[in-house]
Design a protein around this ligand. Structure first.
Ligand code: HEC
Length: 170
């Protein structure tokens, strides 16, 4: 029985402090390795963040350059006419110069759009010139505008005609 246990006792003879020492050395090396791996990962992450920030700066600069390259009337229209609704609201519509002036007056006086003096004209001529109507739309709008413009004259003539007929009878 003792003879059987002898080999086990032999193992137990290994100096425990030596074992502990080896373990500490191993784990110190390991700790160092982990720490340096951690530092490397941190540096890589910081580098990636730096590159991302640099890309963002470039992107913003390109965006600004593209914006600055747009003609003034385009920038003005986008600045003044997209704060309440998207471009789709007006680019789908086609008007002549007078029609746009009227839309813009409505935006100013009914919807409180804020424009500086003269900006309405720039926007109206830009929209009329760059988003042309079809011939039919142009004709229909011109006829409508002419009708509205002639309305006071028509009313006046009608009134005078009615009065003259009444006068003729009496
Ligand atoms: C302060 C807010 C505001 C601003 C700025 C604004 N709009 Fe509008 N717009 C509205 C509202 C609200 C409506 C919907 C009610 C209406 O039709 O009046 C509208 C509707 C429209 C419509 C569709 C209706 C129609 O009858 O034609 C057009 C076109 C339009 N806007 C053009 C413009 C243009 C061009 C500008 C730039 C000068 C502009 N808007 C700026 C508020 C605004």
């Amino acid at each position: 029985m003792l003879a059987c246990l002898a080999p086990l006792c032999g193992h137990a003879d290994i100096d425990e402090s030596e074992y502990e020492f080896k373990k500490t050395v191993r784990s110190a090396v390991e700790r160092k390795r982990l720490a340096s791996e951690f530092r490397a990962a941190q540096q890589a992450e910081a580098e990636m963040a730096r590159q991302e920030a640099a890309r963002e700066v470039l992107r913003l600069a390109a965006e600004k350059a593209a914006w600055d390259a747009l003609p003034y009337p385009v920038r003005l229209t986008q600045t003044r006419c997209t704060s309440c609704h998207s471009e789709d609201n007006y680019l789908e519509q086609r008007h002549n110069r007078v029609g746009w002036e009227l839309v813009i007056l409505r935006m100013q006086y009914l919807n409180d759009a804020e424009l500086q003096d003269g900006e309405g004209g720039v926007i109206a001529s830009h929209l009329a010139a760059n988003y042309p109507q079809t011939a039919v739309e142009a004709l229909a709008e011109a006829a409508r505008q002419l009708g509205v413009a002639l309305l006071p004259i028509a009313l006046c003539l009608g009134w005078r005609f009615a009065r003259s007929r009444r006068g003729g009878k009496s």
